[in-house]
Design a protein around this ligand. Sequence first.
Ligand code: PLP
Length: 412
Amino acid sequence: MSYLARVDPEIAEILEKERLRQTNGLELIASENLVSRAVLETTGSIMTNKYAEGYPGKRYYGGCEFYDMAENLARDRLKQLFGAKHANVQPHSGTQANMAVYFSVMEMKDVLMSMSLSQGGHLSHGSPANFSGRLFTVKPYGVDPETEMLDYGQVGEIARKEKPKLIVCGASAYPRTIDFKAFAEIAESVGAYCMADIAHIAGMCATGVHPSPVNVVHFTTTTTHKTLRGPRGGAIMAEPDYAQAVDKAVFPGMQGGPLMHIIAAKAVCFKEALRPSFRDYNRQIVKNCRAVAATLMENGLRLVSGGTDNHLLLIDLTDLGITGIDAENALGRAGITVNKNTIPRETRSPFVTSGLRIGTPAVTSRGMKEEEMRFIGDRIARVLKDITNTARQAEVKAEVQAMASKFPIYPE
Ligand SMILES: *Cc1c(COP(=O)(O)O)cnc(C)c1O
């Protein structure tokens, strides 16, 4: 970092502050993770220097021979990881991956059916605040109000009534297993395309820890930076019949030059994800999440759907009489980073909410196991049960820092 410190001391100082924040605190945001040193090194490499519009072997610029090798490796490894027949690794983000699939099979105003944002879906699945909600006619489905789980009978009924062009499954805040086969069957029965967005659970789908939608639905989109532990970015896998349409929708349809340093880092990430230890890692994420869930429930907290099958859980704060924003801030003062989240039957605005979302990918990447998860669950409960007690928050912060220091983010 010596160059940066000399050229731009202000940014160098911000980077150092952020390094300390990541080191001393506990990152429990379900969509976040820590990349490996190899991925980190690649994202900061000279692969950022060049334009490579087009695809390997068909570029619009000269000098792309090594970029072609990197992108081919990324595509082949992604296909191998999921057993996919076609892969596009160019989307800049998960939202861009979704946009490309929409543009590959839908016209403006076509009916898009997806999980509503307030019940666990994602902005890019049709929120009115997002392009997807502005360009398409969105028909949402949600969870059963009693079980707080997906009700496939209800999804089927909505599909038969609304006749969607595309059904999207996948979520940002759903703690249970998703039955992709059920979605594919519903889509087939109404002549719709089916897209699975596995942004959150991609690592688990790749390793069999969660069922995979690849070769079950027409399109699978993902981010590469959540449970896959790669650089920030997106990717698409598609059935061969739609390969060309998807590639055209990404470039020239909605992006210019690909971020080739990120694509090279995606290749590194997929190689790491192909190792047997990546399955153990994803299994541990789920075990860890169950351990946090059990500790919270032992402390009397209510979890949406009564538990978790994956890497995240949702706490319903209603009985504690506190809001999501107040809980997020109190835990922040205790060195625990989480995010407020709407819950099924939400009564508050998305800026306030009645819930908290907690996820274990990042702490699992640091090597923490069930014992640390019980510590974390216990400290979360302590803070939430006495939310105005700032002395307790300071006390927990010191304990958190002492525990976290045993698990460096980049061990020597
Ligand atoms: C995180 C997420 C995305 C998109 O992420 P970007 O921030 O655009 O990379 C898309 N879909 C789901 C379900 C997500 O959780």
